[in-house]
Write a protein that binds this ligand. Structure first.
Ligand code: KG4
Ligand code: ZN
Length: 342
């Protein structure tokens, strides 16, 4: 007799991407992401516009995710959604939609911590990829967070270090803004960096605790450097764009690698994962692959589509909680501030 399959819907709406995904026994059947172009002209996410766009996108995105999975909503076993952290208005759209759907279908509701989900995306079943063994160390690098987390099991997280000011994604995006690139600039810095010389310009690295980060000084150093150069040559940015991007990216990735080496030294754990939007960055991915050879680490790099915000990571976390019988009460509320340990 064939065993019954478990279908979980995931809904993500914490920032400016509306996403829905269906997972069946840990495998992704669909993962639809609607990006919001509207924010580019403002140079950053406008919360009011984000929540309005989520309201417009959520029904068609969920419908498409269910259709593409080849199921009907009646086949679903649970609805998982992002409870936080994120923008309150954005979170509320996903939370209230998930609650209504779970109530309507009379199936369990499962709240998911967005930061845990970035990490647990590593447990999506894929051909030819192994899950990280416990305990492992995860460097979570996104637009809002930069943390080194010790992961002891699917539900036990310990923050070993984190940023004391800006997140690494902000360092990329703010540097890009200084260079006149549109929001979010991280992927563009990465694209241009691949054509440039990473040693052309050097920026000093911050001095903070062994496992902590600080990026606001670097951003200011880049700003002053560019202002000074542009004063001498108004075409400085155009003439040096690829080298500036390569040098900024090199400095940031170098900082991340130093911190990871410190974490390995302190914990003795050599299973290293990366997660979050900035883990899409080509240089950090390359450097981690090299670390397997040079330092004997086993490294875990998420598939590109599970790096930036997506609902597949919410659905896999929902699935793991479902297997653990961890459900939410209908009175659950969105939480703009939520630690990875909560
Ligand atoms: O995880 P994410 O999608 O959203 C948050 O939860 O914050 O991360 C978005 C961040 C943005 O700062 C974006 O510029 C950055 O990830 N990012 C990148 C790359 N792709 C996305 N940064 C550097 N290189 C990339 N290839
Ligand atoms: Zn995120």
């Amino acid at each position: 007799m064939a065993t019954k399959k478990t279908y979980i819907l995931g809904i993500e709406s914490s920032c400016d991407d509306t996403s829905a995904a269906v997972i069946c026994d840990g495998e992704v059947l669909s993962n639809i992401v609607a990006n919001q172009e509207i924010h580019a002209k403002y140079g950053g996410v406008v919360p009011e516009l984000a929540s309005r766009a989520h309201q417009q996108h959520i029904v068609p995105v969920v419908q498409q995710a269910i259709e593409q999975a080849g199921i009907t909503k009646e086949d679903l076993h649970a609805i998982s959604f992002t409870k936080g952290p994120g923008l309150m208005g954005s979170l509320l759209v996903g939370t209230s939609f998930a609650k209504s759907l779970a109530l309507g279908l009379d199936i369990p509701l499962i709240d998911v911590n967005h930061m845990q989900a970035h990490i647990l995306a590593h447990f999506i079943k894929e051909k030819d990829t192994a899950f990280p063994p416990f305990p492992f160390v995860c460097l979570t690098i996104s637009g809002g967070h930069t943390q080194i987390v010790k992961v002891s099991n699917h539900f036990k997280f310990e923050v070993l270090g984190e940023t004391i000011d800006d997140a690494v994604g902000e360092a990329f995006d703010k540097s890009a803004k200084i260079l006149g690139l549109p929001y979010p600039g991280g992927p563009l810095v990465d694209k241009y960096a691949q054509l440039g010389n990473p040693k052309k310009f050097s920026f000093t690295k911050p001095k903070v605790g062994d496992l902590d980060f600080s990026f606001s000084g670097l951003k200011t150093a880049i700003l002053y450097f560019i202002q000074k150069q542009v004063k001498e040559n108004s075409n400085f940015i155009e003439e040096n764009l690829v080298d500036i991007c390569a040098s900024i990216q090199h400095t940031i990735v170098e900082i991340l690698m130093i911190k990871l080496k410190n974490a390995v030294k302190q914990t003795g754990i050599k299973h290293i994962a990366i997660a979050g939007g900035v883990s899409a960055n080509s240089e950090i991915r390359k450097r981690l692959q090299l670390a397997e050879k040079h330092f004997g680490w086993s490294t875990y790099i998420p598939k590109f589509e599970y790096t930036t915000d997506n609902a597949a990571m919410i659905a896999i976390t929902g699935y793991l909680k479902f297997l653990n019988n961890t459900y939410s009460d209908i009175s659950v509320t969105a939480q703009a501030r939520l630690k990875v340990t909560e």
